[in-house]
Design a protein around this ligand. Sequence first.
Ligand SMILES: [Zn+2]
Length: 480
Amino acid sequence: MKKLLVVLLVAFLLLAGIVLVNTLRFTSTQTAVEAIPAPKLSEQNIQHFQQALSYKTISYGKPELFDSSQFIGFRKFLEATYPLTHAKLTQEIVANYSLLYTWQGKDILLKPIVLMAHMDVVPVEEATIDMWSFDPFAGTVKDDFIWGRGTTDDKINLISIFEATEKLLSENFQPERTLYFAFGHDEEIGGQGAIAIAKLLKERKIAAEMVLDEGGIITKEKMPGITKPVALLGTAEKGYLTLELRVEKPGGHSSMPEKETAIDILTMALVTLRQQPFEPNFSEPMDGLMQSVGPEMPFVQRMAFANPWLFKSLIIGTYEQSGPGNAMIRTTLVPTIINAGIKDNVVPTVATATINLRLLPGDKTDEVIEQLKAIMKDDRVVISKPGTTIAEASAVTPIKSFGYQKIANSIKKSYPQMLTSPFLVIGATDSRHFGEISSNIIKFSPMIDPIGFHGIDERVSLESYQTALWFYEQLMRDLK
Ligand SMILES: [Zn+2]
């Protein structure tokens, strides 16, 4: 007995020793970059953003509601507001409303860069309009925030790129590399504009060193234990898959139901799928996040991230607690539409459900469908793909790539004490269509803890706008 205790004690001390050594060796991977204080926003900077928000460039998803005059008006506004940009850069209109700009670089041997943003915004739901503090299309400035639909998604990026370009042109600046600005007009409904731009660039045999689009953000609030701001640079985005589950079984009169109906079979299948989630997994961006942010954390968290071999289930348990956290570590599935029945006393013959899945990098759509069948174990549930967009998860951009490093340096230059980290983008962006243009795609919006994304009282702080302007200026200067 005593011998056993000694063995256990030695084993424990050994384990504790390994954990401690790993923790002490787990030191910062952040490169130190001196920040240059950003200049104050001018009245004009703010007015331009406000004016941009007043255009109702809304993607409704219903062609009959599309208001082309808003998009044409918005383009005319850009042309009038940024005269130097429109004099020195080439503008092309693609897919009727999307815009592609070319800013010729000094060195044509260097691979070009693509900066992206989208002009469209999601609608303001009729039922929520009274819940807004201000008119969503007025661009109100109040309490150090700019309020309105499209502030965070994605006009802050679009306007900041124009403001920075116009300023640099006023100083006769010319970039080293050719810069393309790719501005889609329908990102929120599938991105036909971005698809057309990518196709055009491909036809011209353009291979970009890097593509930058929206995605991750800067957070001061969402990293527990970290007091410095963290720029989350999206290095991959999850895949998108919508499926229909269909059960057919003769119905009949509800006064004498069979033991099992189409609705029963379908709902059982949905419950089974929801109760058996996909295996959690640390994708490459998630590993990168732990390596980049972990060493900056207080001791206990640092110890966990330094020893994932021991604390993996603890880390996963923590992430699983919230919807966004859970989405970072596994392929997710959720029913979004369910249909069956037409009358209260008729057992329906057909029941259908639409489920939406978001796939981790590495999880392929066809394999996931096979897994679903294996989980449900019920051939009566037929799986089909409706005509909606299907996208595999994107490739992962290496953090050693030129693009990642330049963006990390530029954001560190733009804001004091900034940490940077790779990040897995959960939503879908236009840049997913640019996989053939560049293998280095970064998804990042240089704004600090935006509020109301796609929702009520969407807004960004003036500090975010100031940071975004400064970031794009630093980036364009530094893309050598
Ligand atoms: Zn967006």
